[in-house]
Each structure stands twice: as structure tokens, then as C-alpha cells.
Design a protein around this ligand. Structure first.
Ligand SMILES: NC(=O)c1ccc[n+]([C@@H]2O[C@H](COP(=O)([O-])OP(=O)(O)OC[C@H]3O[C@@H](n4cnc5c(N)ncnc54)[C@H](OP(=O)(O)O)[C@@H]3O)[C@@H](O)[C@H]2O)c1
Length: 266
């Protein structure tokens, strides 16, 4: 039987990888976006905005599963609330959510925490909206995607002197591996919180930036800066890592070599 899936965030880094996987698994895929898109490759598009709730009732209509990959740096709890409200009136589909490793462990209590790490609090609040929704649900937490690390490194490399948060480490994971796991979860039964997905290795932030600089043959000074606040302290203690869940296979080095093929890898 063909399963009907609403994919939010289907135009993003993760969602673009999920879309063909769901289609190839035999699902009817409906992608939600704030902008209009021509249907193609067996994918239906609907227009709506999770932040305002506009268009969401129509988007959830008739689906058995919602894979919620839409997100931004702020307000993911409001997006989740609007999605849950619509889904509740649409026959209780299985809601699958992608969150971030450390969401429940990174304390965002002060203004400083919120300014720098409000994202984690917003993901935690969205997790709670999903878990308390009354819908059948599954939530997967992932570490940072290689693509995000690359994007940040690119931005930082524009500076002559690169400040990095002292003591921070990351365990980047391949977005395609996260996509594969999300598709598996979407085709399965509701499972609540499932084990985290994290990349195969942990790197210091300086090591990540240096490897990008090397790969693009740039020279920069890197200056570690100790960030204030409880959230930064939790990150220095590794709250964003899942060493026991280093299940990803593709390394940061593999990813860099593919994305920057002309670069000299030393
Ligand atoms: N990137 C990471 O390292 C990482 C790590 C762990 C978890 N995650 C989570 O994984 C999810 C996907 O991340 P990503 O990096 O693929 O994101 P992304 O590339 O920034 O894409 C964001 C997606 O969200 C959609 N979106 C944003 N605001 C929306 C709104 N108000 N209404 C409807 N759609 C909206 C966008 O769709 P349109 O622009 O087409 O409307 C787009 O498809 C997010 O929930 C993120 O928190 C990411």
C-alpha cells in the first residue's frame, strides 16, 4: 500500500536528501514550502508557513505520516505547535521529528545563553510539543551536519583573524545518513525518542577550521575565545556530543575531499 507522507523542510539540506528516498520507498510525498514549486519527479508541493500556520491544514490533509524537517535558528517550538494543531484535526498521523543532540542537556537560562544558544532551547521546546501532542510520534536527535560545519567555516574564513569558541568540540554527521535513518523511522511504527545519530569522530573546533583552511589553501590566525554562560559551559563539557552513538560512517575528511575536490588534503 502506498503511504502518504507530508515532508516539511523538504527544500532544505536534509529534506532534499529525504525526498527521493521516500519516493523510492514507494511513498506519495507532499513537500511543504513557504514558496511555490512546480511538481516534478513524483513529488507534490504545497505552500504554507509553519510560523503563522497559514496553509498547514491543507498540507496535513489525508497524510498518514508527517516527517517534520523544517527548522530555523529561532521559533521551532511555534512551528511545531502549528503543525501539531493542524495534524490533530487530521486523523492523528505519525509525527516524526528531527532534533539536535544536547537539546535536553544545554541549559539556556540567561540572556547571554539565549542570544548565543537559543536554538537548543527552541529545539527542546519543540521536542516537548511533539511528545505532548497526543499524536503517535518519533524523535531523532542528530549532531551537526557536515554541511553546517562547512558553511560556518566558509564564513569564518572571510575574517583575517578567526575567533573560535574555546573548548568546543563537534561530532559532525553526514546529512544523507540522517536522511536514511529518518526515512526508516517514518516507515516504521511510532517509537518516541530513539537513539541519537552522531558522526564517526569528534573534533576540536580549531581542528575543523584548520582542516577547512588547509583544504582551501588559506592561512589565518585562529583565536580561541572563552564564551560566557551556562550553555557555553555545557558545550565545553561536550553536551552536544554522543560518543556512544558514533554510528555515522562518512567522516568530515571524506566530506571535505568530495566537496572541495581540487583542494590539497594534507
Ligand atoms: N543542520 C544541522 O547541522 C542540524 C543538526 C541537527 C538537527 N538539525 C535539524 O534538522 C532540520 C533540517 O535542518 P537543515 O540544515 O536541513 O535546514 P535548512 O537547510 O536550513 O532548511 C530549512 C527548511 O525549513 C523550511 N522552513 C523554515 N521555516 C519554515 C516555515 N516557517 N514554514 C515552513 N517551512 C519552513 C525551509 O523551507 P522553505 O524555505 O522552502 O520554506 C527549508 O526547507 C532542522 O529542524 C534542524 O534544526 C539540523
Amino acid at each position: 500500500m502506498t503511504s502518504s507522507v507530508l515532508l516539511t523542510g523538504g527544500t532544505g539540506t536534509l529534506g532534499r536528501l529525504v525526498t527521493p528516498m521516500l519516493r523510492d520507498a514507494g511513498c506519495h510525498v507532499r513537500v511543504l514550502s513557504r514558496r511555490g514549486h512546480e511538481p516534478g519527479d513524483g513529488i507534490e508541493f504545497v505552500t504554507g508557513d509553519l510560523a503563522t500556520g497559514e496553509g498547514i491544514d491543507a498540507a496535513v490533509h489525508g497524510v498518514e505520516t508527517i516527517l517534520h524537517c523544517a527548522g530555523s535558528s529561532k521559533g521551532d517550538e511555534d512551528k511545531a505547535r502549528n503543525l501539531v494543531r493542524a495534524a490533530t484535526g487530521a486523523g492523528a498521523p505519525h509525527l516524526v521529528y528531527i532534533s539536535v543532540v544536547g537539546a535536553e542537556r544545554i541549559p539556556v537560562v540567561s540572556g547571554v545563553d539565549r542570544a548565543m544558544f537559543g536554538y537548543f532551547a527552541s529545539k527542546r521546546a519543540a521536542e516537548c510539543v511533539v511528545a505532548d501532542s497526543g499524536l503517535p510520534w518519533t524523535t531523532l536527535r542528530a549532531t551537526q551536519f557536515h554541511d553546517l560545519v562547512l558553511m560556518v567555516a566558509r564564513q569564518l574564513a572571510k575574517l583575517p583573524l578567526i575567533p573560535v569558541p574555546a573548548g568546543f568540540r563537534f561530532q559532525p554527521v553526514d546529512a544523507a545518513e540522517v536522511a536514511t535513518r529518518l526515512v526508516e523511522l517514518s516507515l516504521g511504527t511510532p517509537s518516541g525518542f530513539v537513539p541519537d545519530i552522531a558522526g564517526p569522530r569528534i573534533y576540536g573546533v580549531t581542528e575543523l577550521v584548520r582542516s577547512y583552511l588547509r583544504a582551501t589553501q588559506r592561512r589565518r590566525l585562529i583565536m580561541p575565545v572563552k564564551l560566557p554562560g551556562k550553555a557555553a559551559g555545557a558545550l565545553r563539557a561536550g553536551a552536544n556530543l554522543a560518543p556512544e552513538q558514533a554510528v555515522g560512517h562518512r567522516t568530515w575528511e571524506d566530506f571535505l575531499a568530495e566537496r572541495l575536490p581540487l583542494a590539497v588534503q594534507r
